[in-house]
Write a protein that binds this ligand. Sequence first.
Ligand code: PEP
Ligand code: MN
Length: 339
Amino acid sequence: MLIVMRQDASQKQVDEVVSAVESKGCKARSIPGGDRVSIAVLFNKGALDEVWFQDLPGVKQAIAVTRPYKLVSRETKPDGTRIQVGNVTIGDGRMVIMAGPCAVESESRAMAIAESVKQTGADMFRGGAFKPRTSPYSFQGLGEEGLKILAKVRETFEMPVITEVMDLAYFDMVEDYADIIQIGTRNMQNFSLLRRAGQAKKPIFLKRGMSATVDEWLMAAEYIMAEGNPEVILCERGVRTFVRHSRNTLDLSAVPVVQKESHLPIMVDPSHATGFRDQVMPLARAAAAANANGLMIEVHNEPEKATSDGAQSLYPKQFETLCRQIRAIEKILKETDGS
Ligand code: PEP
Ligand code: MN
């Protein structure tokens, strides 16, 4: 249920509606909106009746939310969510480009890649300090040392940084260093991690589970929002299919579907979706044409020597070309948008 207050509703009237919601054993959560306050009713055990709320003073309308996800849904918040991270805005119509290596491998290498991607068009730097690896014998990341290197990148190049948190034990540490906290595909339904992310003071970048439906993915985002963190960025990173020509299959149709269903920004990661650098550039261009809110791209200055995901990492020159192409596609979309 969503209770939409009148534009001239007083704070006292809002408080009375919150009390009425709580008296039914539910939780009330204010939704920041343009010119009026809306209150989402959460954690109801059974069906709620609109008449309980619609005649309270200051209430314009009580609307049943038909989707299983409530806070995430566009029914609850028609305007797209914008997320401000340093001087970068996600969700304002300009594609945000996050780029960097799969893993932070050493300070000198991270700094060299950061300098290059910053010069050629990245808005944010990505790099894993805790790496979810299929094999326990593969490089697992530098841990806190990697986070410190990311902090140095941020300071030196004035670029926000995004990095993954893999488990609860290191959440506080990652939250201290990161500007955006990434939850990877393997943890999309790690509900205790999602709950902790909901209490974080930083935006959460929630990758789609490799076999998750859009509904399951949006419900995972709902876990984060239900705990009180409104800043969630979704990322389509491919789903597992029967094909063998690419690592995963990029589900670009998720972009318009998510944009219709949810007000949250959606970005695309063509690197993990494909696994091969020659597929990354065409699909990144396609994601821009599909009007995604941004891209996450793996870039490495010596991909042959990368500790992980070298085969899908772009060379700096390719990244430079890609950024130019993305901005050109963006321009065409703006110039030809008749809606
Ligand atoms: C990553 O971005 O480094 C990563 C491991 O991605 P995913 O969770 O999508 O596999
Ligand atoms: Mn990777």
